[in-house]
Design a protein around this ligand. Structure first.
Ligand code: TYD
Length: 208
């Protein structure tokens, strides 16, 4: 039995990632393909404790650098707790967000720079480079319009929008830099059409 493949899913908030993960879960179960679904920070008590620190509203004074380091710390623990054991058992590992989220959200969104984020994630990026990353390509404007209706662009959302536009720009830069790993799937299509593209990409990369 060979090692399993490592697949990650990425995209801006509201891109339709959760729907695609649900559809993939149903497909893999139906096809009897051994797999695990996981997400960051997830599994294990250490990653969960870090998650609680990251998501706790009381920690508003956390610096951007600290946030980036905590994501990176939770990531290496998650690799050891959940990803490595499943890959060793020959299972397909599907992870909802990975290092690319840190590049998009912390390097670009928070403007910490690619060098710093790459440095603190170098272990994850080299030892556990995904076999394929599915990037669901939907602009934050399109995601927002889909969710709230196009007219509701109040000032607060506009401020948030600048951040999300930088995140999107980060993803596009990654996709351009690593076309062999990052597969862009058009997120404006219907869920069924997007899923067909996801399956085609995973088959082409010999993951299914
Ligand atoms: P979540 O509620 O899981 O959102 P989604 O369903 O869109 O994945 O929250 C994850 C949030 O954490 C999302 O806004 C992206 C952010 N995030 C980072 O900023 N950096 C990271 O390294 C990771 C893994 C997530």
């Amino acid at each position: 039995m060979g090692r399993g493949k490592f697949i990650t899913f990425e995209g801006c908030d509201g891109c339709g990632k959760s729907t695609q993960l649900r559809m993939l879960s149903e497909y893999l179960t139906k096809e009897n393909i051994a797999h695990i679904f996981t997400r960051e920070p997830g599994g294990g008590k250490i990653s969960e404790a870090i998650r609680e620190i990251l998501l706790n509203g009381k920690n508003a004074e956390m610096t951007d650098e600290c946030e980036a380091l905590l994501y990176a710390a939770a990531r290496v623990q998650h690799l050891s707790d959940r990803v490595e054991p499943a890959l060793a058992e020959g299972k397909l590992v599907i992870c909802d967000r990975y290092v690319d989220s840190s590049i998009a959200y912390q390097a670009y969104g928070r403007e910490l720079g690619v060098q710093f984020i790459s440095q603190i994630n170098s272990y994850a990026m080299t030892a556990y480079r995904p076999d394929v990353t599915i990037f669901i390509d939907l602009t934050p404007e399109a995601a927002f319009a889909r969710k709230h209706g196009a007219d509701e662009n109040d000032r607060l959302e506009q401020a948030g929008m600048a951040f999300h536009k930088r995140v999107y720009e980060g993803y596009k830069a990654l996709a351009a830099q690593e076309p062999d790993r990052v597969v862009c799937v058009d997120g404006t299509k219907t869920p069924d059409e997007v899923f067909a593209a996801v399956l085609a990409a995973l088959k082409e990369k010999n993951c299914l």
